[in-house]
Write a protein that binds this ligand. Structure first.
Ligand code: MN
Length: 261
């Protein structure tokens, strides 16, 4: 079994080492990850800058490719150039912070997994809820258990799961729930500051939506200290709206409209 590991917190982050260690003995593991933190870059890719890639040794843990790009860049480059053989699975994380609710759309961790899924490779994004001290020892054990179940279930081509692990410093998760993402935006707020030159700065300082407003969701599961598993798809077309707007009588002959007459 071949596994590609990536993340969005950068190749030096403790979370990716935990994920590597979670699966290292299960097969051949390649690590291709951003050289620097890329949280919240979403599914960004680099098209105006070349991708610098170099081998790095990360502590006593592993050697991998550090890429000056986004998580999606890393997976593309891995698939097309860096790997000797295509992976059977792509794993992304373990992110420092949950990717629940609408954060799925901003998440570089999820993008790393979904880029793998675009290639047809079953993929999982792992994220751990923030706490004062992130417990990657327990999160590693959780990620390993989830991955082993996933791999032995022979997931279909392109299946992509987002897995959120509750903060493990409070103890082990109480179990696993398969739930949809909450359709809840962050409650955005900006902190306004002035620098020494008197220039204005805005820092995004949002708050999580209230889990009580989103029963049976990833938000609630994490709050109740369960691991949440959400299968994701990337067909963004809204089928109901599609049939609706087809009946709207859109203009067809623009040349006639322009000539006016
Ligand atoms: Mn991150």
């Amino acid at each position: 079994m071949r596994i590609l590991v990536t993340n969005d917190d950068g190749i030096m982050a403790p979370g990716i080492e935990a994920l590597y260690r979670a699966v290292a003995d299960l097969g051949h593991v390649d690590v291709v990850a951003p050289e620097s933190p890329q949280s919240a870059v979403g599914h960004a890719i680099s098209i105006r800058t070349p991708l610098l890639a170099h081998r790095v040794q990360v502590r006593q843990a592993f050697e991998g490719w550090a890429v000056q790009g986004s998580p999606a860049d890393c997976v593309k480059l891995a698939m097309k150039e860096l790997l000797e053989a295509p992976p059977d699975f792509v794993l992304s994380g373990i992110n420092h912070g949950a990717n629940t609710g609408i954060n799925v759309l901003y998440s570089g961790t999820v993008a790393g997994a979904s880029e793998g899924a675009f290639f047809g490779t079953p993929a999982i994004a792992f994220s751990q809820e923030l706490s004062d001290v992130l417990d990657f020892e327990k999160a590693r054990v959780v990620a390993r258990g989830i991955f082993q179940r996933f791999a032995s279930s022979r997931p279909p081509r392109g299946m992509c799961l987002s897995v959120n692990i509750p903060a493990c410093d409070k103890g082990w998760p109480l179990g696993v729930r398969c739930v949809p993402m909450a359709m809840a935006p962050m409650e955005d707020a900006y902190r306004k500051q002035f620098d020494e030159l008197g220039r204005v700065h805005y820092w995004l300082d949002g708050e999580w939506p209230d889990h009580r407003d989103h029963p049976e969701s990833d938000l609630e599961a994490i709050h109740e200290r369960y691991v949440s598993i959400t299968p994701l798809r990337f067909q963004l077309t809204d089928e109901r709206q599609l049939s609706e707007i087809r009946g709207w009588g859109w203009p067809q002959d623009f040349a006639a409209t322009e000539s006016g007459k």
